[in-house]
Design a protein around this ligand. Structure first.
Ligand SMILES: Nc1ncnc2c1ncn2[C@@H]1O[C@H](COP(=O)(O)OP(=O)(O)OP(=O)(O)O)[C@@H](O)[C@H]1O
Ligand SMILES: [Mg+2]
Length: 368
């Protein structure tokens, strides 16, 4: 099927490798129905594996095996093998004992005392129904895009279960200093950023109970010297758990941005997140489709290997704005891994422009 490749031999070899990779259910990866076409260009080799949410752990190993075996025969090409759902289950919602598929037990706004964060005009939450769809990537790049559009911007990592902002903005190791009882946020690329990451021991899972979540979040939000901010972007953990509910109860949000991948499974989860925010009377700015399509780095050709367009359709169906699509490009992953997010490190790239377009749409919906 891979009509894009000019290296049939290599494709055959890849298929052979895939045929030798066992799946959790006993089949092999080459025959798997969720396998995308194989894209081979001069410099890249990409394929996607679409999975159902319960299969994430098993398929993580499958992906790794495919990645390392194919790298060996890829003749120097960059190999990009993506699971279309990396970590399917929201860590937070499991802990809070919600049933899968059940709407979250959110309190009605009347029962909530929302207090503004001093100096902060607008708070935007970045949410998704499930893990691994790119919330943190979108949060970081969106914050940088808002900054480059002239807004004073902050970024709060509210993923207490798995903070990833320190790595993406490279401020690991440095503990946040406390001045007069308040945290001094990290200043990176012109934005103020705060995460619990540097304050907890690396590689130690923190077990948060609901009341601790509420108070840790309150501290990060209110005991950080944000100064004057036009906008504070908040990177949430996946799902509809304690942290989401706690945040929505503590502050007035300007709105939420829902990140999804194009697959239906992701969108079913996205709808759960959307319904949670609606139940709490929180405006939804719209949906961002991340990893929307693949761009080959050498040819610049675009390949819709993920069933692109699902998020736009869901947005239309739900009467929400479609905020834009972000391609799957190695540059986004690599720059994030290095702590040099694409909007800061290559601001004129197409992928940076995708984030700027989204930022421009969001700006229209916030207080000046
Ligand atoms: N558009 C993209 N192109 C390429 N890689 C991407 C893209 N978006 C995200 N990634 C990569 O996918 C992985 C998951 O992204 P990210 O950590 O942002 O997801 P998340 O939704 O925040 O995950 P979690 O639910 O675990 O917090 C990261 O390795 C990231 O670099
Ligand atoms: Mg994240």
């Amino acid at each position: 099927m891979a009509i894009f490749t000019n290296d049939k031999n290599l494709e055959k070899k890849v298929r052979k490798i895939l045929a030798g990779i066992k799946l959790p259910d006993g089949g092999n990866l080459a025959d798997y129905s969720g396998l995308s076409e194989i894209i081979i260009t001069k410099k890249a080799l990409a394929l996607a594996i679409s999975i159902s949410p319960e299969m994430d752990k098993e398929f993580m190993l499958v992906r790794q095996e495919a990645q390392s075996k194919i790298e060996k025969i890829a003749k120097g090409r960059k190999v990009m093998i993506s699971l279309t759902s990396d970590e399917a289950q929201p860590k937070a919602s499991k802990k809070s004992g919600q049933e899968e598929g059940a709407p979250p037990q959110a309190k009605r706004p009347s029962a909530i005392n929302r207090v503004p964060v001093k100096g902060v005009k607008n708070i935007i939450a970045i949410a998704s129904g499930k893990g691994g769809v790119g919330k943190s990537t979108v949060s970081v790049n969106l914050a940088l895009a808002l900054k480059s559009l002239g807004l004073k911007t902050g970024l709060l990592d509210a993923d207490l279960y798995g903070p990833s902002i320190p790595k993406m903005l490279r401020f690991e190791g440095k503990p946040a200093a406390r001045v007069e009882g308040n945290f001094t946020p990290f200043e990176v690329y012109g934005i103020k950023a705060m995460s619990i990451g540097p304050m907890i021991e690396a590689d130690k899972a923190v077990v948060w109970r609901a009341p601790m979540v509420t108070s840790a979040l309150r501290q990060l939000l209110r005991e950080t010297d944000w100064g004057e901010l036009d906008v504070l972007v908040i990177d949430l953990p996946p799902g509809t758990g304690d942290i989401q509910i706690s945040l929505a109860q503590q502050v007035e949000l300007a709105g939420a941005v829902i990140v999804s991948t194009p697959q239906d499974m992701a969108l079913i989860d996205a709808k759960k997140a959307i319904s949670m925010f609606s139940m709490m009377d929180i405006k939804i700015f719209g949906i961002v489709e991340n990893m929307s399509y693949f761009i080959a780095p050498d040819t610049g050709n675009r390949y819709d290997i993920f069933g692109h367009g699902g998020a736009k359709k869901t947005a239309d169906d739900l009467g929400l704005e479609f905020l834009g699509e972000v391609p799957l490009v190695m540059n986004i992953r690599e720059t994030s891994d290095k702590g040099e997010p694409v909007v800061a490190s290559s601001p004129s790239s197409d992928e940076a422009k995708a984030f700027l377009d989204i930022a421009n749409k969001i700006i229209k919906g916030i207080k000046p």
